[in-house]
Design a protein around this ligand. Structure first.
Ligand code: FAD
Length: 225
């Protein structure tokens, strides 16, 4: 799995702080924007988050490139409806030798099962090639490929949706690939814009949150990022 930031809103913390303060001010917007000190921005965003005035965080957008993830991951990630996705097409892009398969550690750690999986992936790829050679359209041939098949995604979320995403998907109980993505993105955005992601993380550490897994992990959130 590879993730990197393609594009973030410029000066996102100042922008969101401005949005919040503009709701309560008659001062010219440009003047307000330039007048905000770092301390003002920090105080305003802290208040925004503690009072759950989250809509102002929607002004900050974050776009990532995500590659070498499975279609298992894709199915779960795309349930987040406030995000925007662009996913490599299997109707237009023919699978070939560069196609990858994502294998969880639980399988990788068992040599015999790993080799069985690899031979199954090889068989699936051979069957796909045979179907395509026999003029089955690639959009139909893809039906023989497993969920582990790698894909690539361009993902955009605003800061409010990211916070929601982290609250659900940084949880210790989340499926490993999805949790890895969520934790990696949390680390990137926290470094870049810490004020927007103050108190962001899984529900168990979130000031107003509740555990959505009935505390079944039995432990406080473990940072493994
Ligand atoms: C622990 C866990 C278990 C899960 N188990 C299953 C499962 O067994 N089966 C399954 O199908 N899915 C399951 N899911 C996925 C889950 O149902 C959601 O699809 C996914 O987590 C996205 O959450 P969301 O809808 O809150 O987020 P988003 O789609 O990102 O939406 C963000 C928020 O916007 C608001 N919103 C968005 N769309 C609407 C709308 N149409 N109407 C009103 N408000 C809206 C809501 O407040 C929502 O929380 C599970 C998720 C978790 C975390």
């Amino acid at each position: 799995m590879k993730i990197y930031n393609l594009k973030f809103t410029n000066d996102a913390e100042r922008l969101c702080a401005l949005a919040a303060i503009s709701c309560h001010s008659t001062v010219d917007i440009n003047e307000l924007y330039n007048k905000l000190s770092s301390k003002d921005i920090s105080n305003i965003l802290r208040k925004v988050i503690l009072s759950r005035h989250f809509s102002v965080l929607e002004h900050a957008n974050f776009t990532f490139s995500i590659t070498d993830v499975s279609r298992v991951l894709l199915a779960q990630l795309t349930r987040h409806r406030i995000a925007t996705f662009s996913v490599q097409s299997q109707r237009y892009v023919k699978l070939d030798d560069t196609s990858t398969f994502v294998i969880p550690d639980s399988i990788k750690n068992n040599k015999l099962l790993l080799s069985k999986c690899k031979s199954f992936f090889k068989q699936a790829s051979l069957l796909y090639d045979e179907l395509v050679k026999k003029e089955i359209p690639i959009e139909d041939a893809r039906y023989v490929m497993p969920n582990s098949l790698g894909t690539r995604i361009i993902l955009t979320m605003n800061a409010r949706e990211l916070r929601h995403f982290f609250s659900l998907r940084c949880c210790n109980k989340t499926q490993y690939e999805l949790r890895n993505i969520a934790c990696k993105i949390l680390k990137i955005v926290k470094q870049k814009t810490p004020l927007l992601f103050f108190k962001a993380g899984p529900n168990c550490i979130n000031v107003n949150g509740k555990c959505c897994e009935y505390l079944s992990c039995g432990m406080p959130w473990k940072k493994n990022t």
